[in-house]
Design a protein around this ligand. Sequence first.
Ligand code: PLP
Length: 388
Amino acid sequence: MHIELAERLKSLPPYLFARIDQMKAEALSKGVDVIDISIGDPDLPTPEHIVKAMQQAVAKPEHHKYPSYAGMISYRQAVSDWYRRRFGVSLDPEREIISLIGSKEGIGHIPLAFINPGDLVLCPSPAYPVYSIGTLFAGGEPYYMPLLEENGFFPDFDSISEEILNRAKMMFLNYPNNPTSACATHEAFGKAIEVAQRYGIIICHDNAYSEIYYDGKKPISFLEVEGAREVGIEFHSLSKTYNMTGWRIGFAAGNPEVIGGLGKIKTNIDSGVFQAIQEASIVALNSDEKVLDEIRAVYQERRDILYSGLSEMGLSAVKPEATFYLWTKVPEGSSSEDFTIRLLDRAGILCTPGNGFGDPGEGYVRFALTVSADRTREAIQRMKESLD
Ligand SMILES: *Cc1c(COP(=O)(O)O)cnc(C)c1O
């Protein structure tokens, strides 16, 4: 039998990292000690008190049943309390918060609730790929908003035509930003909200990195900004904050109609998050800030090593105020891919070519702070030896 993929899979853009993955596999098979600083997955374990809470929760028979679709009310209450403490935002746990099987799940599904075939979705570029892929799967059309250094890596709405804005039904934003590490201000979000109100566009803000910040400068929530709740929601994740990427839990919060639409989709395709994970996540959300301060200190040391090392080599990187990424300009005359391949061939270092996140990422690579300080130092040493 001939098995044929659906158009929605055939129409996906080519996987730009395929060649890099293959090169990494080749290097490893030749015995090269590859330092992989391409990955956005914390190397640190989940804090012990959260693991202990999970061990206890998993033994409770009441958690072995189907969970509630929207999330346990105690979990949503913990999210609401966390929002009030962290951002000064009050949210109704019943109507304005929903649990997610990781924020990727919610981001990937939300276009199904609001996008009709042919509708435009404004997607940043470079960006986390799920915004445009979720759009394509819903039959929508991504319209890419370039994030340029001269605009602080924020979209320039004045450069988007009236016709495009009229056709747009949804907009994704992500600050602190992956891959550029840029943070948003109240003013910047305010501009986006103005555009959303004028043209009837739902804003989906992805705040996965709000707790990975440096020098005590706390990133803001989209929902802190006036008018935000009228036009949109914010996605959140426990993955990066508590080193829980494998646990698969997150949430969305904000406009009750948007949350309700996402909930309708989810009710029809999944059955919620394992309650034991929700119970452990309540413990996570109530963690002593000291736990997070320690995690942030680990990243800050690595950031300082990598940033100063790159600067000494004459490579210009954005010094992150948040996220664990260094968005770095490649040397004059090389492309993102050339430079990535050169680093792997000559130094055994794997980074992510910026164009893999979208065309405006050409000319950059992304380094992640997800290996130890010693390995980060070694990466700098190897780069210094191989690049001159
Ligand atoms: C890691 C990441 C997520 C997804 O996290 P989940 O593990 O699915 O909660 C979402 N957005 C961005 C920008 C990320 O980098």
